[in-house]
Design a protein around this ligand. Structure first.
Ligand SMILES: [Zn+2]
Length: 329
């Protein structure tokens, strides 16, 4: 029992190859969308590097003293670098603390592993600080960088890492796994909403995301139909926000993508939200296509700016004002 997700087998073979050939890359960059278990994969690999007697498949044995310490999260050669708060940057102070630890030898005979999660949260100063760690060979140390947006990392860091891309699993495999988790109803819609990432689809199901998306969509539609004022909707979106604003903007952008697809005569099954097709089709008739493209760009830029944007309320209001103008002009 490996504990890996079914879609990670081939990725594991690659990692196992490093272990069996005793060619452990000093830097490893795991990329891919959220919700596929990148962190779990990184921890399995870390456990295997730290274990005294990995099994034939290179998995950690789970019984040795190193494994016990790892499981108790007290292994001195396992370090985790993450922001103090989700969505915030990893500051230079974290890299300074890391540098101090790296100056010493690993305490056990196996590897020392440092996981950065998410590595794309390194800011300029901390990325530069970390680059120095990567440039100076450190004894038996492996850095694992987890990133959704690897292009946010400086090229100088990326080029020093072995890259492993965690692709979204095959749809049938993802649906089969969701079924084992008890997700049978609406599994396809959930998976579509999660852009194919099974763990995110499961989380969406637990959060009642289909109903939420429906509510947000209806409110957005009401602005276009003149049934609701943008300000009223902005307040509701702010108040009833059990979701990350990123998720909301991802949904918003998916409605826009579908509008653009419909404008290009795409079939319903090609849409990201096939269940919203008829409402979207009705909406399309009253939209100026050129303005729609510009609005879509604005939503994408806003989503990218979220980690730096301090006032999310203003951002949402601005997007809804534009939407109100676009849909009612
Ligand atoms: Zn072990």
């Amino acid at each position: 029992m490996s504990g890996l997700y079914p879609w990670q087998q081939s990725l594991w073979h690659q990692l196992q190859g490093y272990i069996q050939q005793q060619r452990i890359p000093q830097g490893l960059l795991l990329t891919g969308y959220a919700g596929q278990g990148k962190r779990q994969l990184a921890e399995h690999y870390a456990a295997a590097l730290i274990c005294e007697q990995p099994d034939a498949n290179s998995f950690a044995c789970g019984h040795c003293s190193a494994c016990h310490l790892f499981q108790a999260k007290t292994h001195p050669d396992f370090l985790l670098v993450e922001p103090d708060e989700a969505g915030k940057a990893i500051g230079i102070d974290k890299i300074r603390q890391l540098t101090v630890k790296l100056a010493l030898k690993p305490q056990f005979e196996q590897y020392r592993v440092v996981i950065f999660d998410p590595a794309d949260a390194l800011n300029n100063a901390s990325a530069n600080g970390f680059l120095k760690c990567l440039e100076e060979p450190t004894e038996r140390t492996c850095f694992i960088l987890i990133a959704e947006q690897a292009n946010k990392l400086p090229a100088t860091i990326r080029s020093r890492c072995q890259k492993i891309h965690c692709a979204v699993p095959d749809k049938q495999q993802a649906l089969a796994w969701l079924a084992t988790q008890g997700v049978k109803q609406n599994a396809e819609t959930l998976l579509q909403m999660a852009q194919g990432s099974p763990l995110l689809a499961l989380q969406y199901q637990q959060q009642g995301a289909i109903e939420l998306r429906q509510r947000y969509f209806q409110q957005w539609l009401h602005i276009a139909e003149g049934k609701a004022h943008w300000l009223e909707v902005a307040e509701q979106w702010q108040k009833t926000e059990p979701l990350e604003t990123t998720v909301l903007l991802t949904w918003l952008s998916s409605w826009l993508v579908d509008l653009i697809k419909l404008a290009q005569a795409a079939a319903v099954n090609e849409l990201l939200n096939p269940d919203l097709a008829s409402d979207l089709q009705g909406l399309l008739a009253k939209l100026n296509l050129k303005a729609l493209y510009a609005y879509y760009d604005k939503v994408l830029i806003s989503r990218a700016q979220l980690s730096t944007q301090l006032n999310k309320q203003l951002l949402i209001e601005s997007l809804l004002i534009d939407w109100s103008q676009l849909s009612q002009s």
